[in-house]
Design a protein around this ligand. Structure first.
Ligand code: SF4
Length: 709
């Protein structure tokens, strides 16, 4: 029996897992009892991970390529595939410049993989055209933290759940989307009867069942709600004047802004009672320690950054940051969205949270990489890449471990974009027919447990994922594929011996920065299961961390923030919402999201029969009154129509959703010839102007009963 330690490849909670393989090749998965995140627990997705490892029937096994769009692809050697890709990239760059190529990666990549692809394009190809699907889930939080705290550093951690008196869960359903974290919340509530939970969500979700105060707000009114809560806190005298005075700036402007609307007016806009807002503010005001958690309800919006800022304001005016049980804790959707942030794997970032627009930062990285000059202008973001492909500005795209034809907004536009592309490289583990149809080159990648590297979860905790088995066929680890390609392009600095060498290079770049974790290496991770950053170099080996895996340093406990003034910035954001407007033709608001037992575009969880038993097919949640007006009954087939496309699914009548709002799960893609299950047929390619994160939570739609012709 061989057993390795790893972390779950699904959500950003980052549960520790033990994976074992016996002599007969049977694979078993169990929660790692010594991992501080989950302490042995796993949710339904994690518990069934072994099923995804026993069925290789959909795996990509060999490199393939074709010489023309209408010609069939053929199996080729790695050398042939990478040499042709390098030749095509070189020709495109020579003719159209480096910004004519792009890499679109994934929050499921390991940090080492993110690191090398970021180094390749920014340092050596000379373009910043790298983005990841994490842009779709957490980029609003990144900008929010930088604008308010001066640094994209999540200030709280999971242990704070056990030390808080008041938890505000905003725009999230962790009971289904971050289940193990929610079990910790349930346990904390059971252990501490004084713990109060506030939840804001237009739907009565499974998480709402635990809430003392559920604010079932109208979609898009989060800022109005947060401002009204701030007003109540100010009026009740529940603010920390000393903290505001010495450690923040901008309070006066916020005070003026939040006083413009009465709590009653705000409540009316939010579609809830004024007393509910007052009660929520009282719970925060009375709390010794106040913690907030949020995900897509705030982030996936055209005003996602402002939603983040207005929530962080509640911490800054109450001084609830930098102490146990307190602080804003944004959750990541993907397992390694945080690792991508660390290496600067977005089109506007550089390693270790350096800024692309800072000449000193560019110089530091360039010198370290011994690369060509790093371009100062940001590259294309996720949705911009596909718009640029469609318009012919971008010629070649490399899709790395992602499924854009299910996950991007206005997915038909993305499909059109791939049709227009001159050259498409797909590097993936499995056969995703939607994307592969456009691939000129297919590069088979190693999957979870088939390679070694690290991931960082939502609380800045790095865990080492150890290799258990060999990849099938000729599949290779993603980092190795990128490094081999870089060498075919003639670039130096990509001849790493192993992933550990990439990690060592990466951590040296963090030295002296705010996120410094130059003291972490694979050996230390093996000894301690996982470690949180910051974690500077350990001078004295006796000072190694305790087995909790924490370096013991709480961010912002000294109330010093890395801004120009050293103070946190309170932003008086406007409380308008520029989402698509409903009209008489499209009168309902569509919000999309996850279900409990599926993960993203179902490329792994969709293979597990047990997980399909929970919910077998997509559905539309609609309020009975909205359904009655349209003569829709339970399980009727309905068509959901937006200006961009349609979806046809069964109706689920429920009073758990607000009138005027409908909900569709986001997981399903094309099934055989049926492309009417994809929620993103409907969503619009509109993004927050600062974070470029799309608005998946507010689409104007019409719904009617489907009558077959
Ligand atoms: Fe995996 Fe997330 Fe479930 Fe933990 S909570 S087992 S990380 S899916």
């Amino acid at each position: 029996m061989k057993t390795v330690r790893t972390t779950c490849c699904y959500c950003g909670v980052g549960c520790g897992i033990l994976v074992s393989k016996d002599r007969q090749g049977k694979i078993m998965v169990e929660g790692d009892p010594d991992h501080p995140v989950n302490k042995g627990m796993l949710c339904s997705k994690g518990m069934n991970l072994h099923h995804t490892l026993t069925d290789d029937s959909d795996r990509l096994l060999f490199p393939e390529m074709r010489y023309g769009r209408n010609l069939p692809r053929q199996r080729v050697s790695w050398d042939a595939a990478l040499e042709r890709t390098a030749a095509v990239f070189t020709a495109i760059i020579k003719r159209h410049g480096p910004d004519a190529v792009a890499f679109y990666a994934s929050g499921q990549c390991l940090t080492e993989e993110y690191y090398v692809v970021n180094k390749l394009i920014k340092g050596f190809i000379g373009s910043n055209n790298i983005d990841t699907n994490s842009r779709l889930c957490m980029s609003s939080a990144v900008v929010g933290y930088k604008m308010s705290l001066g640094e994209d550093s999540v200030p709280a951690c999971y242990d704070d759940i056990e030390h808080t008196d008041c938890l505000f869960v905003a725009g999230a359903n962790p009971a289904w989307c971050h289940p193990i974290l929610w079990r910790r919340v349930e346990a904390a509530k059971a252990a501490n009867p004084k713990l109060r939970i506030i939840l804001s969500d237009p739907r009565v979700t499974q998480s709402a069942a635990l809430a003392d105060c559920h604010l079932q707000i109208q979609p898009g009114t989060d800022i109005t709600l947060h401002h009204a809560m701030a007003r109540c806190l100010i009026e009740n005298g529940d603010i920390d004047l000393r903290f505001i005075r010495y450690h923040t700036e901008g309070f006066e402007k916020l005070q003026d802004t939040v006083m413009v609307r009465t709590v009653e007016e705000a409540a009316q806009l939010c579609g809830i009672e004024a007393e509910q807002i007052r009660e929520a503010a009282r719970l925060i005001g009375n709390a010794g320690a106040f913690l907030s958690m949020w995900t897509m309800g705030l982030n996936q919006s055209v005003v996602g950054v402002n939603k983040n800022l207005s929530l962080i304001n509640l911490h800054l005016i109450t001084g609830q940051i930098g102490k146990p049980g307190a602080g804003p804790l944004s959750l990541t959707g993907q397992p390694n969205a945080m690792g991508g942030r660390e290496v600067g794997g977005l089109s506007n970032l550089l390693p270790a949270h350096r800024d692309l627009n800072n000449p000193q930062h560019r110089r530091e990285v360039q010198e370290y990489w011994q690369s060509g000059p790093i371009a100062p202008q940001p590259g294309l973001t996720a949705t911009e890449m596909f718009s640029a492909l469609r318009e012919g500005r971008l010629k070649a795209i490399w899709l790395l471990c992602t499924n854009p034809l299910v996950s991007l907004p206005d997915v038909r536009m993305a499909e059109e974009a791939l049709k227009q592309a001159k050259f498409v490289v797909v590097q993936d583990i499995s056969n995703r027919p939607e994307t592969l149809a456009y691939a000129d080159v297919i590069l088979p990648a190693a999957g979870w447990t088939e390679k070694t590297g690290t991931m960082t979860n939502a609380e800045r905790r790095i865990t080492l994922l150890e290799q258990l088995r060999e990849p099938p066929g000729e599949a290779l680890p993603d980092a190795e594929i990128i490094c081999r390609f870089a060498q075919k392009m003639g670039f130096h600095g990509f001849d790493y011996k192993d992933p550990g060498e990439i990690f060592r290079e990466h951590i040296q770049l963090t030295k002296g920065t705010n996120i410094d974790f130059s003291g972490i290496d694979y050996a230390l991770l093996r000894r301690h299961r996982s470690l949180q950053w910051p974690f500077p170099e350990i001078k004295d080996p006796a000072a190694e961390p305790a087995s909790t895996g924490s370096s013991g340093r709480r961010l912002f406990s000294d109330h010093q923030f890395p801004t120009a003034s050293g103070k946190a910035i309170i932003h008086d954001v406007p409380d308008d919402n520029d989402s698509e407007k409903t009209t008489p033709e499209f009168p309902l608001i569509l919000t999309t999201g996850r279900i409990r037992d599926q993960w993203h575009t179902m490329s792994k969880t969709g293979k597990v029969n047990k997980l399909k038993q929970h919910i077998r097919e997509p559905f539309l949640e609609i309020h009975p009154e909205d359904a009655r007006r349209r003569s829709i009954r339970e399980n009727d087939l309905v068509e959901v129509i937006s200006p961009r496309g349609k979806v046809r699914v069964k109706a689920k009548l429920t009073t758990t959703i607000k009138k005027g709002v409908v909900f569709l799960p986001m997981h399903w893609g094309k099934q055989k010839d049926n492309d009417l299950l994809r929620a993103n047929n409907l969503t619009a390619n509109v993004v927050d102007p600062m974070s470029k994160e799309p608005d998946f939570k507010f689409t104007a739609v019409a719904v009617h009963r489907y009558i077959p012709p």
